[in-house]
Design a protein around this ligand. Sequence first.
Ligand code: ADP
Ligand code: MG
Length: 321
Amino acid sequence: MEFDLIARIRARAASRPDVELGIGDDAAIVRVPDGLRLVLATDTLNAGVHFPAGTVPADIGWKALAVNLSDLAAMAAEPAWCTLSLSLPQADAAWLDGFLDGFLDLAARHGVALVGGDTTRGPLSVCVTAHGLVAPGRALRRGGAMAGDEVWVTGTLGDAAAALALAGTGAAAAAGPQAARELRRRLDRPEPRVGAGRALAGLASACIDVSDGLLADLGHVCAAGGVGAEVALDALPASAALIALFPQRARRALQARGGDDYELCFTAPVSRRAAIADALAGAGVAATRIGAIVAGDRVRALDAAGAEWVADRAGYQHFEG
Ligand code: ADP
Ligand code: MG
């Protein structure tokens, strides 16, 4: 079974000039340009955990690559190659074709070549490794935030978590099919902020992609930098769809703690405000200043009156409970 599936993948995977040997041998060979560093990220998507049962194959394919490109984006790396390890309950060619529609669509948009992988039988699970390039010393890291830096986030927050909250409740259709569809798209087809990440190299002091919820991921930036942060809840960017479907209280929880945003949260000195706005405008990505880095080791979310908003859960955690 597996050879037919691999043949289908091989027939559709695009290459690039720096791939010396792609799918078909025991391993792939790629040419890493002199003077650049190789940046690697890997992420697994399991059915029922990382995408709801019933997610269409094309969306699973898109998301499997998107979450990996998002990790490269957070490092300011330029994506180049990827591998794909698929565990499938059965040799389902139609499922695979749909999966490849989404996966290869996103790969083509970012000029990424699929150069290898593994295909096995088992519970539905997709593991992608993405390889990217960055100049020495240019990568953005989680550590590096300094007290006094501003905290920024790209795009809007909470949409994907809102879509999950609506899934299967029937509330989506009642609330407004168009807005609900927009939220669902953010869950199924996250846009990795690759251009924004690259534009921030040399400008941001620290960067992370928001996958487990803003406060949880900002907490990683603070831990890595030995600093704390204060975030203004009212400053958190919300999409029109989120505003239309959720009252403020529910919205805040989704924006501050909801997972699967795949936006970039980064810090930078106040003096770089204008340069960052220019760089991100050039990348076609909106960004919002949401708070500041402070001394200490806590991430505090503050309401308009300056009172601390306490979350009952800091973000999505896999082995909780
Ligand atoms: P081996 O047994 O030597 O690991 P495989 O039969 O698993 O070889 O794979 C054969 C070729 O097909 C290899 O080049 C491998 O990288 C590629 N391949 C297997 N599965 C996938 C996949 N899901 N996506 C892309 N390439 C794959
Ligand atoms: Mg193999």
